[in-house]
Design a protein around this ligand. Structure first.
Ligand SMILES: Nc1ncnc2c1ncn2[C@@H]1O[C@H](COP(=O)(O)OP(=O)(O)OP(=O)(O)O)[C@@H](O)[C@H]1O
Ligand SMILES: [Mg+2]
Length: 126
């Protein structure tokens, strides 16, 4: 089974999270620069003309598609590296992935996610 981890983290935590992922052997990933808010609905900022509400705060969305058996380890690595303990540390969503196609070779499924030295490659037979 293949899963997608979608982690929404603080921008300033990206380098720490990337390092933590490298340490556990994650090779393939991508990021988006996004805006959003959680249950606090944003933050109130003080300006010269008084306070104003910023409702869509910048965050980083980090996407990793990987084998099921590496999900917990990866989620734990992201959580440890991204946590400050304050509101806005982010959320992690986990989705099932139907299929993967590597365009160059036509490989499908977990074969298409087989990178030399990657966390998933260590559990492939042969
Ligand atoms: N229900 C949601 N669906 C999609 N994206 C969300 C949702 N809730 C939050 N987000 C995204 O996650 C980011 C970070 O959320 P945040 O960490 O503030 O979550 P929270 O539930 O409010 O937790 P906390 O109380 O720790 O702040 C938001 O800026 C937004 O981009
Ligand atoms: Mg919040």
């Amino acid at each position: 089974m293949t899963k997608k981890i979608e982690a929404i983290i603080r921008e300033e935590k990206l380098d720490d999270v990337k390092a933590a992922l490298r340490d556990i052997g994650i090779v393939g990933l991508n990021i988006f620069e996004i805006r959003g808010h959680g249950r606090q609905g944003g933050i109130e900022l003080a300006g010269r003309a008084g306070t104003y509400q910023v409702d869509m705060l910048p965050k980083i969305q980090l996407n990793i598609v990987l084998s099921d058996h590496n999900v917990e380890k990866t989620v734990n690595a992201i959580s440890r590296a991204a946590q400050t303990g304050g509101p806005g540390d982010g959320l992690i969503f986990i989705y099932p992935v139907e299929d993967v196609v590597r365009i160059r070779t036509g490989e499908r499924g977990s074969r298409a996610l087989h990178y030399e030295g990657d966390i998933d490659s260590k559990r492939l037979p042969g």
